[in-house]
Design a protein around this ligand. Structure first.
Ligand code: ATP
Length: 299
C-alpha cells in the first residue's frame, strides 16, 4: 500500500502541495487529476524521493521511500527523460541497472516488451530516430522493465494513437492484476473514467474531491436528461430544478439540480411531440471535474 500523509511542499514561498493525504491499495489504479500547475508532478517527485517535502510522510508498504525500496518503483515522467543519443537497448540497460537488475534479465524483458508493442526492429536504433509515439513506448518500457510494485505514470498517453492507448491500458491492467500500485495523471477524463478505481482532484495543491468514481457520481447530485423530440425549450428552461438546457444536432440535454426534478421535466416533455428518447444520466467525469475546479476558482 502507498500512504501519503499530510504532505506539504513549498517552492520558496509558493505553496505547491497543501496538506495532501491519500492511500492507494495493492492492485489499485488511482487517478491524480488537476489542471496545469495543480501539483501533480510535484507530488509524484516527492513519492519517488526526487524532491524533499516540507511536511508529512510517504510510505510504501509501511516503509519510507529511500534507496532500499526505489528498485520497486517505476516512473514515467511527463517531461520526457530519454537519452536520445543512446540506442533503445543501451537506454534499457542503463535504466535496468539503475533498478538493480542483471543485464541478462533486462534484455529478456526488453525483448518481451518490444515484441508486445510491435517495435522489436528498433532495438538497435538510436532513440532520436524514433517517432514521438514510439519514444513514448520506450519510456513506458523503461518504467516497467523492473516489474515495479509501485508504478507512477505522469501523462502516459501523450502522443499515442488510440490503438496504442488501448495497448498501454492493457499492460496497466495486467500490472494491476499482479498487485501493483498504479498512480497516473491525465488531462483526458475519458481515460480516467475507463479504468481508474479511485481518484483525487487537486486544485492549487489541495484535494477538492476524492473517492471512487461510482461514489463520486452518486454523491454529485446533478443529473442530465437527454431528450429527442419536439419540446418547447423555453418551457424547459422555466421548469423548477432545471439549471441549463443545451441543444445540439442530435438531442436536447437538460441539466437538473437533482433527481427530484425529473418528474417536473417529464411533465413538460409529455406535452411535446415525436418524443423518441427521455433518458436520465449521470454527468460525465469531465463535467464533474470542470464543476469542482470551477467552484474553487470562484471562491
Ligand atoms: P502540469 O499539469 O502543468 O504538469 P502539475 O499539476 O504537474 O502541472 P506542478 O508541476 O507540480 O503541477 O506545479 C505545481 C506548482 O509548483 C506550480 O505553481 C508550479 O509553478 C510550481 N513549481 C513546479 N516546479 C517548480 C520549481 N522547480 N520551482 C518553483 N516552482 C515550481
Amino acid at each position: 500500500m502507498l500512504e501519503v500523509n499530510n504532505v506539504t511542499k513549498y517552492y520558496g514561498h509558493n505553496l505547491a502541495v497543501d496538506n495532501l493525504s491519500f492511500k492507494v491499495n495493492d492492485g489499485e489504479i488511482f487517478g491524480l487529476l488537476g489542471v496545469n500547475g495543480a501539483g501533480k508532478t510535484t507530488t509524484f517527485r516527492m513519492i519517488i524521493g526526487l524532491l524533499e517535502m516540507n511536511e508529512g510522510t510517504i510510505k510504501l508498504d509501511g516503509k519510507n521511500i529511500n534507496y532500499d525500496n526505489t528498485n520497486q518503483i517505476g516512473f514515467l515522467t511527463e517531461e520526457r527523460s530519454l537519452l536520445t543519443k543512446l540506442t533503445v537497448k543501451e537506454q534499457a540497460i542503463m535504466y535496468g541497472i539503475l533498478k538493480g537488475m542483471r543485464k541478462k534479465d533486462i534484455l529478456k524483458k526488453l525483448d518481451y516488451w518490444l515484441e508486445r508493442f510491435h517495435i522489436k526492429e528498433y532495438k538497435e536504433r538510436k532513440i532520436k530516430e524514433l517517432s514521438k509515439g514510439n519514444q513514448q513506448k520506450i519510456q513506458f518500457i523503461t518504467a516497467i522493465i523492473n516489474d515495479p510494485k509501485l508504478l507512477i505514470l505522469d501523462e502516459p498517453f501523450t502522443g499515442l494513437d488510440p490503438i496504442n492507448v488501448e495497448e498501454f491500458v492493457k499492460v496497466m491492467k495486467e500490472f494491476k492484476e499482479k498487485g501493483s500500485i498504479i498512480i497516473f495523471s491525465s488531462h483526458r477524463m475519458e481515460h480516467v473514467e475507463m479504468f481508474c478505481d479511485n481518484l483525487l482532484i487537486l486544485v492549487k495543491g489541495k484535494s477538492v474531491l476524492q473517492g471512487s468514481i461510482k461514489e463520486i457520481k452518486k454523491e454529485y447530485r446533478k443529473k442530465n436528461i437527454h431528450i429527442i423530440g419536439n419540446v418547447n425549450i423555453e418551457d424547459l428552461q422555466k421548469t423548477k430544478g432545471v439549471l441549463e438546457v443545451e441543444k445540439n444536432a442530435l438531442e436536447i440535454i437538460v441539466k437538473i439540480a437533482s433527481e427530484e426534478y425529473i418528474d417536473n421535466v417529464f411533465d413538460v416533455v409529455k406535452n411535446g411531440c415525436d418524443i423518441t428518447k427521455f433518458m436520465v444520466e449521470d454527468p460525465s467525469l469531465n463535467e464533474i471535474f470542470l464543476n469542482k475546479v470551477g467552484e474553487v476558482y470562484e471562491n
